[in-house]
Design a protein around this ligand. Sequence first.
Ligand SMILES: *[C@@H]1O[C@H](CO)[C@@H](O)[C@H](O)[C@H]1NC(C)=O
Ligand SMILES: [Cu+2]
Length: 483
Amino acid sequence: MAIKTKLSLTIFLFFLLALLCSNLAVGRKEKDPELTTCKDQCDMQRQYDEEDKRICMERCDDYIKKKQERQKHKEHEEEEEQEQEEDENPYVFEDNDFETKIDTKDGRVLILNKFNEKSKLLKNIENYGLAVLEIKANAFLSPHHYDSEAILFNIKGRGIIGLVAEDRTERFNLEEGDIMRVPAGTPMYLVNRDENEKLYIAAFHMPPSSGSAPVNLEPFFESAGRKPESVLNTFSSKVLQAALKSSKGELETVLDEQKKGRIFKIEKEDVRGLAPKKSLWPFGGPFKSPFNIFSNNPAFSNKFGSLFEVGPSQEKSGLEGLNLMLTLANITKGSMSTIHYNTNANKIALVIDGEGELEMACPHMPSSSSNSRQKKSSISYHNINAKLRPGVMFVVPAGHPFVNIASKKKNLIVVCFEVNAQRNKKLALAGKKNIVSALDKAAKEVAFDIAAEKVDEVFERKEEFFFPYDNEERKEEHGRAVV
Ligand SMILES: *[C@@H]1O[C@H](CO)[C@@H](O)[C@H](O)[C@H]1NC(C)=O
Ligand SMILES: [Cu+2]
């Protein structure tokens, strides 16, 4: 017994030593010097008999084998990580980055979540998810609920949303620009009430309370039978018969009836039958009515673009109490937004119309020009840039300066979900109000090493927030910015 304890202790101490020194080990490919040391240690234990020594040495072999495996695994992971970071732009998501959750001939649901798995750089938004719903004319999306708060934004088309309270359902019409909050766990269904146009809705998901786990965009479907499956079918037949006070046969007729899928076309009369009724109750129902983003005056507007905002302080918006702001930028063709950043908010942006470009400065990416093994002795900003078109999603973390540029052909429309919106400010680096001009005169002259007036001449201009993008005259400068 005593010898066993000593044996374990010796091995334990050796492992500890080995662990501490393993970083120094080189050339472990052939015969690991650690193995020799380990075996020598076994040999030197006077109190060991031959059997003990044999066991000791076997453990050495075992340990080295495990260590090599671990090393291999680690190297592999590092390689993968590096590939990901070098090949991909972690801030921009195109169609094929979305996961198709539902796909029927009458509509589909695309989702993006688990951002922390995509890149470490997206850690700040790991708790959120975005879904894009596409529902064809006169189609119906079956009742379902999520375990997260959902903020819907009606991108395009005309919808009806049905939300189920404890004892009744409230229905609302959804129009372009409408924001609708769906509290966590609320069963809802959607209808495209238009006979021709598709309905497009963005659904932003956030945890129901701060501090809870990341959202997992798995819907729970209430209706619909076995194929596709209803959440009810998960329960045992005994439980269902007892809970619903029905025979097995009765249950089967109800639960097996619906075989059309999650999204399916319905008759015109059925669409009309689902139209919201005028509420006779003067105080409103259990849910907030939709709030239209265009009902506010724009926060900025000139002939080069407009920015609409709806934040948590907006009454009747449904966003009360959420740390979220919705913004919509309408950038006139051939114009750009100023270079600006959010002080606190992380922005999750979805392009809904038009074409254009994104440029963003990020100090966290390995710079493309320097090699990745280089010591971080200086700050280098990586220029993240992407072509924008409808369906492209991009993330702008707090503090990262960026611009959006609209193509010459069409206005660029971007809807943004900005999380951590409380106390957030949008600070511009150029335009009528900008933080460079706002710098006190003494600091300005020291920082730029020229007269303050000269600095102001460059950074100040009469327009605020949206400018023309006259790239022809300054081709050279633009060419330099693009990697
Ligand atoms: C964008 O602005 C233009 C010009 O003001 C306007 O005609 C257009 O309807 C706006 N689009 C959206 C989606 O708000
Ligand atoms: Cu960054």
